[in-house]
Design a protein. Structure first.
Length: 177
């Protein structure tokens, strides 16, 4: 039986250099589990991964409505630095999703976008072991911990693409309650 039947999940990627390992695994995993997966990026054109591959987004981040999804998952990689960390549309989407108590996820370096959106203040969170990411989490009031996957209420963060399978399971468990 599909554990996520009826669930709507939005994967958010940077326009270039998103982490293929995180995206490919989570996209396939959630679809196999029965979720309807949509992809958003800054522009409505092909988003290209850091290594090989690409995805054609279903919509732009600005078009995404947090109320339409059970979970919003930001994919890490170099593209997260450039396209997600400081994007006002990303911040607005995350703030709205958080206010609706939707599940909000920052994979590896994408956790910084959650911090910059102001939703990690007072929350326990992790991030890819990158000096800048850790500093920003601290500056934005997050309780930065060195764990693989961290859950604090409706917010989930992970610290490395190698932990993407664990991240997928934690998101699934949170979605099914």
């Amino acid at each position: 039986m599909a554990r996520l039947a009826g669930k709507q999940i939005l994967l958010v990627v940077g326009q270039r250099n998103y982490n293929n390992q995180e995206f490919d695994y989570l996209n396939d995993f959630f679809a196999r589990e029965g979720a309807v997966v949509s992809v958003a990026s800054p522009k409505p054109e092909k988003a290209v991964g850091r290594l090989e591959g690409y995805v054609i987004p279903h919509l732009t981040i600005a078009e995404a409505n947090a109320a339409d999804y059970d979970a919003i998952v930001l994919i890490g990689g170099y593209g997260a630095y450039t396209y997600l960390w400081d994007d006002p549309d990303v911040h607005q989407l995350l703030q709205k999703a958080n206010s609706l108590h939707k599940i909000v996820v920052g994979a590896s370096v994408a956790a910084v976008a959650l911090a910059n959106a102001g939703i990690l203040a007072g929350k326990k969170a992790t991030v890819y072991p990158d000096y800048n990411g850790a500093v920003i989490l601290g500056e934005k009031g997050a309780n930065h911990v060195y764990e693989n996957v961290v859950v604090d209420d409706n917010i989930i963060t992970s610290n490395h693409p190698k932990k993407v399978e664990e991240l997928g399971e934690v998101i699934t468990e949170k979605l099914i309650g």
